[in-house]
Design a protein around this ligand. Sequence first.
Ligand code: ZN
Length: 316
Amino acid sequence: MAAVLLLPIEVSDAGWLSDIFKGSQKPGKSAKQATAPKPATVAKRVTPAKRVALAKPSPKHRHVKLAALGPVALPPSALKPAAPTCDPAKFRIVVDVGHTAESGGARSARNVDEFLFNHRLARRIEQKLKADGFTETRLLLTEGKARRSLVRRVDAANNLQANLFLSIHHDSVPDKFLEEWEFEGKKRGYSDRFSGYSVFVSRRNPDFRTSLAFAELIGKEMKAFGLPYAEQYSQPIMGRHRHPLLNKETGVYSYDELVVLRKTRMPAVLLEAGSIINRDEELKMDSRERQDIISSGVTAAVKQFCDRRWAILGPL
Ligand SMILES: [Zn+2]
């Protein structure tokens, strides 16, 4: 773990996600590290050449020679793969609560720690997944200061040998966008300029392609609920917080240096569920209704992901 501990990690005073979770290494040949998923098992087609090979009689079975040389008349159903099904009871998802009680991440427009939003939503997701049969789901709560908590959460996920890692966060803005308002008699920072969810993956995750597949599923579910994604991350105005938008339909960005995405040894995705520095969206994120929508969307995405995973790798 020394390698992880030695990684320089920028930590801003604001505690905003984009700084807290970033290592300082530049993206390199990260894409080459990506492990391409194995193609899904499909029915093996019998080519003409194979038919001949198959028809080649063994010394013991010369009597089948003539019959075997004819076309292979298999029923169509024989060419289809057995319908793969996921076994939720064995599929382990780690739902990571972003930040800690001690280092609460961003502050909302009404001065509430991001950690509290993350904890509540992650718990809802955990409950929903378990209720839908994903009984191996683990809520990951870490303690301590931001930097050390990164190592702990990555270690925990790796030790649990999770099949999937999902980190839950709520978004804010760089300080330069902050404006001032008064809430409950005190001046607070806010920005109504941006809103929406966003999904992040790292091209340096050992299984980037599968991470991306899961991120896409989450983005599609969010979109299906009519939720817009945060478009500002692809814009020059974000400066060093700008990130490549991998899919302009689903709001999936790459954020290669996020420690929890690149050091986890399983597909990993980070969801910024919505902006809590936006005064209106903070209220929505605080509502049971929005938490239910997002947890339902995540659960639906996990189900689809699990099915695909099963199809590719077989029983876990
Ligand atoms: Zn965060």
